[in-house]
Design a binder for this molecule. Structure first.
Ligand code: NAD
Ligand code: ZN
Length: 359
């Protein structure tokens, strides 16, 4: 299966299927080729998939280097980016070098950022290996690193020349990481596509079992939906792309309140979507069934749906006001109007927000 992302001269294909990583060298060769590739990956992914991948390029007569960062969010830092720049310089990389990001969203974001900046910009490909990266972070061209206390604060829009999604690699993904990716999949259904939401409800068992056929379909549909939004608003200027922040205003506050360690991003988004839906309900914008169906689906996917004990709701509210989505002194919430449709609501009132988080 394949999805086309149409962005004028920055257009590219997303190819999705089982066993595709074995075709990585062909994939690059068919899209402009490369004399020299740098594979950026993390310690876990390198262990599982690094050697066979590097061999593919050797066999194809392409010089290749594998640069491995420590697995985990702390690697998305300016220091690690600087290390990668220096290593690339020492290894003789130049403007012809092509970067391959092979890993989850952390690898995709830092490798993409290095691609955007080294020698003022290198061609690069995304080969995402977590569900979250396959349905979300590898598509759309946002790259970057974190600063102390400010996620994704430094970065660039830099589109890949292709995205290669091998559904087989999800077999080794830990269950919690898989579930976290499903939160973003559910999000696409709620904000953009009620039919897709119903498909997920009907196929929930197969989704949980990571059935190959169903995986290909949910990844393809998710990528298509994200690509539509990115095509309409590549640089988050018209507000279209803001829809993707459904569940994220609450979610980011939850992540910050728990020191970015207790909850995975997708878990925080799952709770955040339930809070947002409840807020919409209390404002009379949706029927209670819209919230209930999300709660049921998220729970079947092994995701949390309530603010964890011990988190002070007042602190969450304060964190939302500090979030960078605060503009004109207001907090903006993306709220459902029905399944498959959302709108942005400005500063609904602190009492309603607190009540939505209390459940
Ligand atoms: P991650 O990259 O940390 O990967 C999660 C864990 O899974 C890591 O330990 C990794 O080593 C491991 N892993 C990866 N693939 C594996 C596989 N196939 N088998 C076994 N283990 C595997 O986390 P993530 O959830 O993929 O990405 C989160 C990051 O993505 C965050 O930094 C977030 O800000 C970013 N993000 C970016 C965008 C964007 O548009 N650029 C969108 C959403 C999220
Ligand atoms: Zn997200």
């Amino acid at each position: 299966a394949s999805v086309r992302v149409s962005l004028a001269d920055r257009s590219y294909d997303i190819q999705i299927g089982a066993g595709l990583l074995e075709k990585a060298a062909d994939f690059v060769a068919e899209r402009g080729g490369a004399q020299h590739v740098v594979v950026v990956t993390d310690t876990n992914v390198d262990e599982l998939y690094g050697d066979p991948l590097a061999d593919l390029f050797v066999e194809a007569g392409v010089e290749s280097h594998v640069l491995v960062v420590e697995a985990g969010e702390p690697s998305k830092s300016p220091d690690v980016a600087a290390d990668l720049w220096q290593t690339m310089l020492d290894e003789g990389c130049d403007r012809q070098t092509v970067i391959l990001a092979v890993g989850g969203g952390v690898v995709g974001d830092i490798a993409g950022f290095v691609a955007a900046t080294f020698a003022r910009g290198l061609r690069f490909f995304q080969m995402p290996t977590t569900l979250l990266a396959q349905v979300d972070s590898s598509v759309g061209g946002k790259t970057g690193v974190n600063l102390e206390g400010a996620k994704n604060m430094v970065g660039a829009f830099w589109q890949p020349e292709g995205v290669l999604i091998d559904t087989d690699v999800l077999k080794t993904l830990p269950e919690r990481e898989y579930s976290a990716g499903l939160a973003e999949v559910v999000k696409y259904g709620v904000i953009l596509d009620a039919d897709f939401f119903e498909f997920l409800e009907q196929k929930a068992d197969a989704v949980v079992a990571r059935d190959a056929q169903v995986l290909r379909e949910i990844i393809q549909r998710s990528c298509r939906l994200k690509a539509d939004v990115v095509e309409a608003d590549e640089r988050e200027q018209s507000g279209q792309r803001a829809k993707l922040n459904y569940g994220h205003t609450f979610g980011h506050a939850l992540e910050a309140a728990t020191g970015y360690s207790e909850l995975l991003h997708g878990e925080a988004v799952a709770i955040g979507m339930v809070c947002a839906s409840r807020l919409a309900e209390s404002m009379g914008r949706i029927e209670s069934s819209v919230t209930r169906r999300q709660v049921e689906l998220l729970e079947r996917f092994g995701l949390p749906v309530a603010v964890p004990d011990g988190i002070e709701l007042g602190e969450l509210s304060a964190l939302m006001w500090r979030d960078k989505k605060v503009r004109d002194g207001e907090v903006h919430f993306v709220l459902p109007t029905r399944l498959g449709e959302v709108e942005t609501v400005t500063s609904p009132g602190d009492d309603a927000v607190l009540a939505a988080m209390a459940g």
